[in-house]
Design a protein around this ligand. Structure first.
Ligand SMILES: [Zn+2]
Length: 127
């Protein structure tokens, strides 16, 4: 029967040896390289020039409720600060979000030049 002896393959334990060595070394711990990209520069958004030319949308909640609409789709006109608060289900999709915007915002105020969001999947997913 073939028997594998670990001492014949020193590279098998080398990885954990390296990890242990680096974890114990103060110099390595103090000079650890960041693994994320540096923060970007904050730049202000251009100001809207007329009401409902630009809106900001976000999701608030979930909140306790009797019906299945636990979260609120917050739509804010950036020029006036006028809010629309639309209760929706937590499982709302990007298509349903788009349909709500068409029914409740675009049909009343016309199409916009800019929609600002925090890149929530409910707002940015592809159809
Ligand atoms: Zn070191």
């Amino acid at each position: 029967m073939l028997q594998i002896r670990l001492q014949n393959f020193p590279c098998i334990s080398m990885r954990s040896d390296f990890k242990d060595c680096i974890r114990r070394c103060n110099l390595c711990q103090m000079n650890k390289q960041p693994t994320s990209l540096p923060d970007g520069v904050v730049t202000p958004l251009p100001l809207p020039r007329e009401p409902f030319s630009s809106i900001a949308i976000d999701i608030a909640g979930p909140y306790p409720t009797d019906n299945k609409k636990e979260i609120i789709l917050v739509v804010l006109a950036r020029f006036t600060g006028f809010p629309y608060l639309i209760p929706v289900s937590q499982n709302i999709t990007a298509v349903e979000t788009a349909n709500l915007l068409i029914e409740q915002i675009f049909s009343v105020h016309g199409f916009l030049t800019c929609i600002v969001s925090d890149r929530d999947p409910k707002c940015t997913s592809r159809f």
